[in-house]
Ligand binder design. Structure first.
Ligand SMILES: [Zn+2]
Length: 126
């Protein structure tokens, strides 16, 4: 519908594409089309935030399960990150076995630490 925006002769409603009459700066037929259009934009952006976070979570879970088939694993942070893991995206905080609060991605608990100057992750499958 955007292609109609530039033309003065055939100005069309940005929502329903009907030809517009009246004021030159008019963008919609009426307040109904304006509201419907605003709702659509809002819905699309909500969906895209949801889809993006879901994509990150799925990727994180995939990477964590690749390196941890069960029990406890320790792995170089670089390896996880290179596979597409993002430690900033997780599902919840949960209590680890040693009583600390830890980040979880679904059934995988993960925490980072430094060992011999290198960042590592400990992954626990619950
Ligand atoms: Zn309209």
């Amino acid at each position: 519908m955007r292609e109609f925006e530039g033309s003065d002769r055939f100005k069309r409603c940005l929502y329903c594409s009907k030809e517009l009459s009246g004021r030159k700066d008019k963008k919609y037929c009426d307040q109904h089309c304006r509201a419907a259009s605003n709702n659509q934009v809002k819905k699309n952006s909500e969906n895209s935030i949801y889809q993006t976070i879901l994509r990150y979570l799925k990727m994180n879970r995939k990477v964590l399960s690749k390196f941890n088939k069960g029990g406890v694993t320790t792995i170089e942070a670089e390896l996880l990150i290179n596979e597409g893991f993002d430690p900033n995206v997780f599902t919840h905080f949960g209590e680890s076995q040693d009583g600390e609060w830890s980040r979880f991605c679904f059934e995988f608990e993960f925490s980072n630490f430094i060992e011999f100057g290198r960042e590592k992750f400990r992954i626990v499958k619950h």
